[in-house]
Design a protein. Structure first.
Length: 255
């Protein structure tokens, strides 16, 4: 199913779809995509970070946490090794080395889930409010920077066009905030999917796209070396099935 033009609907209609997509993403992750030691929750808040979907790893010993194991007791894993199958995206960017120096010297908030389990990744689906003003965009960028500082991988899904405050899309704004380097989105691809992996240096896997394009699976990193393919198209279709026909007619009308 192609991506729709969500600028045609009122905020409440998009918010309803946004919430449904979050739910279906969480369900897909917990239905077997995540390795056994991991699970996903929707719309949790921990410290200064309030993501749409949060992936956590169950408590392990200090030695296990340091090694970021993904296997269960039977040696099975639901993750893909980057070395074996690098994520297939249009653009791969590594941050300037200065970024690692900058991030390591920031005061950081240690973020832990109330259960004691460790946050390893976030998924954010952009809403119009995130781009409404410079202030709201800055708040979103601060949230992404805080997560990356705390060694949390991030997947950003932006189905809304680049605007006055993010002319190069959300990735361009994030990359600029992190002082990570230059990025210029393709002129004909105003929407953005991007997965940030907290390697050294931080690596961004960017897939610019537009209304009418199908959604690819995007990598959600659980460690710096392994990821799972996030089923954006499948979960988008599930959320779309719940959109009222009254608003489907508006969204699918000829331009």
């Amino acid at each position: 199913m192609p991506m729709h033009d969500w600028t045609r609907v009122i905020a409440g209609t998009y918010h309803d779809f946004h919430n449904a997509w979050i739910t279906h993403l969480k369900e897909a992750l917990n239905a077997g995509l995540l390795p056994p030691a991991y699970y996903a929750l929707g719309e949790q808040r921990s410290g200064d970070i309030g993501p749409d979907v949060i992936a956590l790893r169950t408590e392990r010993s200090e030695s296990e946490v340091a090694g970021f194991p993904l296997q269960d007791d039977d040696g099975q894993s639901g993750a893909i090794a980057v070395a074996d199958a690098p994520p297939r995206v249009r653009i791969r960017q590594e941050a300037f080395e200065e970024l690692a120096f900058y991030l390591q010297r920031q005061r950081t908030l240690v973020i832990r889930h109330s259960s004691g389990d460790q946050i390893v990744a976030l998924i954010e689906i952009i809403s119009p409010a995130n781009k409404h003003t410079r202030r709201t965009l800055d708040a979103f960028l601060d949230k992404i920077a805080a997560a990356l500082r705390d060694r949390i991988h991030v997947l950003v899904i932006d189905p809304l066009p680049a605007g006055r405050h993010d002319p190069d899309g959300l990735h361009g704004a994030v990359w600029d905030r992190l002082l990570a380097g230059d990025y210029q989105r393709p002129d004909d691809l105003p929407l953005t999917l991007v997965s940030y992996c907290v390697t050294h240096p931080i690596t961004a896997y960017v897939e610019p796209f537009c209304v009418g394009n199908p959604l690819p699976n995007m990598p959600l990193f659980l460690t710096r070396d392994q990821y799972i393919p996030t089923p954006l198209e499948f979960t988008y279709m599930q959320a779309w099935a719940g959109v009222p026909h009254r608003w489907r007619r508006v969204i699918e009308a000829e331009a």
